[in-house]
Design a protein around this ligand. Structure first.
Ligand code: ZN
Length: 287
């Protein structure tokens, strides 16, 4: 009888278990913080002024905290408010991380040093983008592991300290997948389309709100297949890879933002397979 109860218990817990993103508490990473057992409703969590993603797995609530690239290593805290109005603070330690430098040469000088008119356009666009990233929608999030939004090799990792024609610019805010123009771009998780448009640096872009402050931005598209306000499901084609905006070749740039902090999107994907070794790769010598 004990054995039967044990088996039933485990079957149920496996069925309900939700996989969580990886706990990598560095600037540009995420902290996964267990908050305790399931009460009637999810606790509310704040990191500074921003609401934090809270998901349930195995009967435990977890806060998934986005750590901005600008965060200083050391102890940080989130404030937690439970359904019964009790409050608590959880601390976590941000470890240091050094990101590599990347030097990019652009023949279009206007994309390195935009004109005054371009700068006004860029500022207008930045304002719209900042509003999207700061948005918080309280709906439940039941998919904390995402799907890769386009097939292709990673051609640019998150956090690279970038230099355009030798001049330092903002660090790389997402991950790049190299793929031919026209490769389908898919929603990495269920979402609402909250903004589409053609942006000076980002080209044709789609912003997806996955709920609870989790926002995806897809850039440099050749085509947009969705409209503002449209609901999309995980895996649905929303557009196609291109090279619009400031791009040296066709690729998908994917930014992922949590609690208004841009983080490494790969932490939300299943672990990538190890690079194939020569022993397992079909050999194409001489081609
Ligand atoms: Zn990129």
């Amino acid at each position: 009888m004990n054995k039967l109860i044990f088996m039933m218990c485990c079957t149920v817990s496996v069925a309900m278990a939700q996989e969580l993103p990886r706990d990598v508490p560095v600037p540009g990473g995420i902290a996964v913080i267990p908050l305790g057992e399931d009460p009637a409703s999810a606790p509310q969590v704040w990191y500074g002024d921003n609401r934090v993603l809270v998901v349930s797995t195995d009967g435990l609530w977890h806060a998934i905290v986005g750590i901005p690239l600008s965060a200083e290593p050391g102890d940080q805290a989130v404030a937690v408010r439970y359904a019964d109005a009790t409050e608590n603070r959880y601390t976590f330690r941000v470890e240091p991380k050094e990101y590599a430098a990347q030097h990019i040469t652009l023949s279009n000088k206007r994309q390195v040093n935009p004109s005054a008119r371009d700068l006004r356009r860029i500022e207008r666009e930045n304002k719209r983008m900042r509003a999207v990233f700061a948005h918080y929608d309280a709906r439940a999030v039941d998919q904390a592991i995402f799907e890769q939004p386009a097939d292709g090799e990673i051609s640019g990792t998150f956090g690279l300290r970038r230099f355009f024609n030798g001049e330092p610019r903002q660090p790389h805010s997402g991950v790049d997948f190299a793929a031919p123009v026209g490769t389908p771009v898919r929603a990495p998780a269920d979402a609402t389309v909250v903004l589409t448009g053609n942006f000076f640096f980002n080209g044709l872009s789609i912003f997806l709100d996955h709920g609870q402050g989790v926002i995806s931005m897809m850039n440099h598209l050749s085509r947009i297949d969705v409209r503002d306000g449209q609901a999309v499901t995980r895996g649905e084609v929303i557009g196609a890879v291109g090279a619009t905006g400031r791009a040296t070749g066709p690729h998908l740039h994917w930014t992922l933002s949590l609690n208004n902090a841009r983080v490494d999107p790969l932490l939300f994907l299943p672990p990538m397979p190890e690079p194939a070794t020569p022993d397992t790769t079909p050999m194409q010598m001489g081609e």
